[in-house]
Design a protein around this ligand. Structure first.
Ligand code: DC
Length: 225
Protein backbone atom coordinates (compact mmCIF):
# COMPACT_ATOMS: atom_id res chain seq x y z
CA UNK A 1 0.00 0.00 0.00
CA UNK A 2 1.11 3.54 -0.74
CA UNK A 3 -0.01 6.47 1.41
CA UNK A 4 0.78 9.69 -0.46
CA UNK A 5 1.18 12.84 1.62
CA UNK A 6 1.59 16.00 -0.45
CA UNK A 7 1.60 19.64 0.51
CA UNK A 8 3.77 22.73 0.90
CA UNK A 9 6.89 22.78 3.07
CA UNK A 10 6.30 23.16 6.78
CA UNK A 11 2.77 21.76 6.70
CA UNK A 12 3.96 18.94 8.97
CA UNK A 13 4.37 16.26 6.29
CA UNK A 14 7.57 14.74 7.73
CA UNK A 15 6.31 14.50 11.29
CA UNK A 16 2.99 13.08 10.16
CA UNK A 17 4.53 10.67 7.60
CA UNK A 18 6.94 9.22 10.17
CA UNK A 19 4.27 8.81 12.84
CA UNK A 20 1.80 7.18 10.42
CA UNK A 21 4.54 4.84 9.14
CA UNK A 22 5.47 3.83 12.69
CA UNK A 23 1.88 3.26 13.70
CA UNK A 24 1.09 1.11 10.65
CA UNK A 25 4.48 -0.65 10.42
CA UNK A 26 5.19 0.94 7.01
CA UNK A 27 8.45 2.42 5.77
CA UNK A 28 8.58 6.06 4.72
CA UNK A 29 10.17 8.01 1.90
CA UNK A 30 10.99 11.73 2.04
CA UNK A 31 11.16 12.77 -1.62
CA UNK A 32 12.00 16.39 -0.72
CA UNK A 33 15.28 15.09 0.74
CA UNK A 34 16.06 13.62 -2.68
CA UNK A 35 15.59 16.97 -4.48
CA UNK A 36 17.61 18.66 -1.72
CA UNK A 37 20.44 16.15 -2.20
CA UNK A 38 20.62 16.92 -5.93
CA UNK A 39 20.77 20.66 -5.15
CA UNK A 40 23.58 19.98 -2.64
CA UNK A 41 25.55 17.91 -5.19
CA UNK A 42 25.09 20.57 -7.88
CA UNK A 43 26.55 23.23 -5.56
CA UNK A 44 29.34 20.83 -4.52
CA UNK A 45 30.26 20.20 -8.18
CA UNK A 46 29.89 23.87 -9.15
CA UNK A 47 27.03 23.06 -11.56
CA UNK A 48 24.80 26.03 -12.42
CA UNK A 49 21.05 25.74 -11.76
CA UNK A 50 20.47 26.62 -15.42
CA UNK A 51 22.59 23.70 -16.60
CA UNK A 52 19.76 21.22 -17.28
CA UNK A 53 22.00 18.52 -18.75
CA UNK A 54 24.35 18.37 -15.79
CA UNK A 55 21.54 18.56 -13.24
CA UNK A 56 19.89 15.64 -15.05
CA UNK A 57 23.20 13.73 -15.08
CA UNK A 58 23.61 14.17 -11.32
CA UNK A 59 20.05 12.92 -10.72
CA UNK A 60 20.60 9.88 -12.96
CA UNK A 61 24.11 8.96 -11.85
CA UNK A 62 24.52 9.90 -8.19
CA UNK A 63 22.78 7.30 -6.03
CA UNK A 64 20.67 8.61 -3.14
CA UNK A 65 20.36 6.30 -0.16
CA UNK A 66 18.56 6.47 3.17
CA UNK A 67 20.10 4.97 6.29
CA UNK A 68 18.47 3.66 9.46
CA UNK A 69 20.44 4.40 12.62
CA UNK A 70 20.90 1.69 15.27
CA UNK A 71 17.86 1.59 17.55
CA UNK A 72 15.64 3.46 15.08
CA UNK A 73 12.98 1.93 12.84
CA UNK A 74 12.73 4.58 10.14
CA UNK A 75 15.45 6.04 7.90
CA UNK A 76 16.83 9.38 9.05
CA UNK A 77 20.25 9.56 7.38
CA UNK A 78 20.51 10.76 3.77
CA UNK A 79 23.48 9.99 1.50
CA UNK A 80 24.29 11.06 -2.05
CA UNK A 81 27.20 9.27 -3.74
CA UNK A 82 27.87 7.78 -0.28
CA UNK A 83 28.38 11.26 1.28
CA UNK A 84 26.32 11.89 4.43
CA UNK A 85 24.28 15.04 3.66
CA UNK A 86 21.64 14.60 6.41
CA UNK A 87 22.31 18.04 7.96
CA UNK A 88 23.88 19.73 4.92
CA UNK A 89 20.60 19.58 2.96
CA UNK A 90 18.68 21.50 5.66
CA UNK A 91 20.49 24.84 5.35
CA UNK A 92 19.00 28.14 4.08
CA UNK A 93 21.31 27.88 1.05
CA UNK A 94 19.70 24.58 0.03
CA UNK A 95 16.20 25.93 0.84
CA UNK A 96 16.84 28.54 -1.85
CA UNK A 97 18.63 26.30 -4.35
CA UNK A 98 16.15 23.44 -4.32
CA UNK A 99 13.26 25.19 -6.11
CA UNK A 100 15.08 25.76 -9.43
CA UNK A 101 16.66 22.31 -9.22
CA UNK A 102 13.32 20.59 -8.57
CA UNK A 103 11.69 22.50 -11.43
CA UNK A 104 14.11 20.85 -13.89
CA UNK A 105 12.25 18.13 -15.86
CA UNK A 106 15.37 15.93 -16.30
CA UNK A 107 15.86 15.92 -12.53
CA UNK A 108 12.20 15.11 -11.90
CA UNK A 109 12.18 12.27 -14.41
CA UNK A 110 15.21 10.59 -12.82
CA UNK A 111 13.95 10.99 -9.25
CA UNK A 112 10.39 9.90 -10.04
CA UNK A 113 11.85 6.67 -11.52
CA UNK A 114 13.83 6.08 -8.33
CA UNK A 115 10.82 6.86 -6.13
CA UNK A 116 8.65 4.36 -8.03
CA UNK A 117 11.32 1.67 -7.72
CA UNK A 118 11.58 2.25 -3.97
CA UNK A 119 7.77 2.30 -3.53
CA UNK A 120 7.43 -1.04 -5.32
CA UNK A 121 9.44 -2.77 -2.59
CA UNK A 122 6.77 -2.63 0.14
CA UNK A 123 4.28 -0.57 2.12
CA UNK A 124 5.32 3.09 2.11
CA UNK A 125 4.22 6.47 3.36
CA UNK A 126 5.63 8.78 0.68
CA UNK A 127 5.77 12.54 1.23
CA UNK A 128 6.34 15.21 -1.40
CA UNK A 129 4.54 17.54 -3.77
CA UNK A 130 3.50 15.32 -6.69
CA UNK A 131 3.17 11.90 -5.07
CA UNK A 132 -0.61 11.53 -5.46
CA UNK A 133 -0.72 13.31 -8.82
CA UNK A 134 2.36 11.98 -10.68
CA UNK A 135 4.55 9.48 -8.83
CA UNK A 136 1.85 7.15 -7.45
CA UNK A 137 -1.48 8.19 -9.00
CA UNK A 138 -2.77 4.75 -7.96
CA UNK A 139 -1.93 5.33 -4.25
CA UNK A 140 -4.59 3.84 -2.01
CA UNK A 141 -4.60 6.86 0.34
CA UNK A 142 -3.89 10.43 -0.80
CA UNK A 143 -3.66 13.31 1.63
CA UNK A 144 -3.03 16.98 0.86
CA UNK A 145 -1.69 18.56 4.05
CA UNK A 146 -1.68 22.34 4.39
CA UNK A 147 -1.16 25.04 7.03
CA UNK A 148 -1.01 28.83 6.88
CA UNK A 149 2.35 30.32 5.73
CA UNK A 150 2.75 32.05 9.14
CA UNK A 151 2.26 28.80 11.07
CA UNK A 152 4.68 27.00 8.74
CA UNK A 153 7.33 29.70 9.26
CA UNK A 154 7.00 29.41 13.05
CA UNK A 155 7.41 25.64 12.80
CA UNK A 156 10.52 25.94 10.59
CA UNK A 157 12.16 28.36 13.07
CA UNK A 158 11.45 25.96 15.96
CA UNK A 159 12.62 22.94 13.95
CA UNK A 160 15.98 24.54 13.15
CA UNK A 161 16.53 25.39 16.81
CA UNK A 162 15.56 21.83 17.87
CA UNK A 163 17.99 20.36 15.35
CA UNK A 164 20.78 22.54 16.75
CA UNK A 165 21.20 24.22 13.35
CA UNK A 166 21.20 27.72 14.85
CA UNK A 167 18.58 30.45 14.92
CA UNK A 168 16.98 31.75 11.75
CA UNK A 169 15.02 34.92 11.17
CA UNK A 170 11.21 34.45 11.18
CA UNK A 171 10.54 37.15 8.55
CA UNK A 172 13.17 35.72 6.20
CA UNK A 173 11.75 32.22 6.62
CA UNK A 174 8.21 33.46 5.98
CA UNK A 175 9.30 35.33 2.82
CA UNK A 176 11.13 32.20 1.61
CA UNK A 177 8.07 29.99 2.26
CA UNK A 178 5.80 32.36 0.29
CA UNK A 179 8.35 32.53 -2.55
CA UNK A 180 8.78 28.74 -2.66
CA UNK A 181 5.01 28.09 -2.58
CA UNK A 182 4.70 30.31 -5.63
CA UNK A 183 7.54 28.62 -7.53
CA UNK A 184 6.39 25.09 -6.60
CA UNK A 185 2.73 25.77 -7.51
CA UNK A 186 3.39 27.60 -10.76
CA UNK A 187 6.12 25.46 -12.34
CA UNK A 188 5.03 23.74 -15.54
CA UNK A 189 6.31 20.25 -14.64
CA UNK A 190 4.36 18.57 -11.80
CA UNK A 191 3.18 21.70 -9.95
CA UNK A 192 2.15 21.44 -6.31
CA UNK A 193 -1.62 20.85 -6.35
CA UNK A 194 -4.00 18.46 -4.61
CA UNK A 195 -4.87 15.26 -6.48
CA UNK A 196 -8.56 15.25 -7.37
CA UNK A 197 -9.15 12.18 -5.21
CA UNK A 198 -7.09 13.43 -2.22
CA UNK A 199 -8.36 14.27 1.26
CA UNK A 200 -7.33 17.81 2.27
CA UNK A 201 -6.31 18.36 5.89
CA UNK A 202 -5.41 21.80 7.28
CA UNK A 203 -2.98 21.41 10.18
CA UNK A 204 -2.89 25.11 11.19
CA UNK A 205 -5.07 24.65 14.24
CA UNK A 206 -5.48 20.88 14.36
CA UNK A 207 -3.45 18.82 16.81
CA UNK A 208 -0.84 16.83 14.90
CA UNK A 209 -2.01 13.67 16.75
CA UNK A 210 -5.48 14.16 15.25
CA UNK A 211 -4.00 14.50 11.75
CA UNK A 212 -2.03 11.27 12.29
CA UNK A 213 -5.12 9.42 13.60
CA UNK A 214 -7.20 10.59 10.64
CA UNK A 215 -4.65 9.31 8.10
CA UNK A 216 -4.26 5.95 9.92
CA UNK A 217 -8.04 5.67 9.93
CA UNK A 218 -8.18 6.31 6.15
CA UNK A 219 -5.48 3.64 5.63
CA UNK A 220 -7.25 1.10 7.85
CA UNK A 221 -10.52 1.69 5.98
CA UNK A 222 -8.74 0.97 2.68
CA UNK A 223 -7.05 -2.14 4.09
CA UNK A 224 -10.41 -3.48 5.31
CA UNK A 225 -12.17 -2.71 2.01
O1 DC B 1 9.63 18.97 1.36
P1 DC B 1 10.90 19.78 1.23
O2 DC B 1 10.79 21.21 1.70
O3 DC B 1 12.08 19.10 1.83
O4 DC B 1 11.15 19.85 -0.36
C1 DC B 1 12.26 20.50 -0.89
C2 DC B 1 11.94 21.04 -2.27
O5 DC B 1 11.79 19.98 -3.20
C3 DC B 1 10.72 21.93 -2.37
O6 DC B 1 11.09 23.20 -2.91
C4 DC B 1 9.81 21.26 -3.35
C5 DC B 1 10.63 20.17 -3.99
N1 DC B 1 9.93 18.91 -4.09
C6 DC B 1 9.32 18.60 -5.28
O7 DC B 1 9.35 19.41 -6.20
N2 DC B 1 8.70 17.40 -5.43
C7 DC B 1 8.66 16.51 -4.43
N3 DC B 1 8.05 15.33 -4.62
C8 DC B 1 9.27 16.82 -3.18
C9 DC B 1 9.88 18.04 -3.03
Amino acid sequence: MIIAIDGPSGAGKSTVAKAVAKQLGFSCLDTGAMYRSIAWKAIDEGVSFEDSENLGRIARECPIEFGIEPGEVLPRKVYISSIDVTDAIRTAEIDKAVSPVSAEPLVRRALVDQQRRIGETGNYVVEGRDIGTVVFPQAEVKVFLTASPEERAHRRVRQNADRGLGSIDYDEVLADIIRRDKVDSSRSDSPLKPAEDSVSIDSTSTYIEDVIDRICQLANERMDA
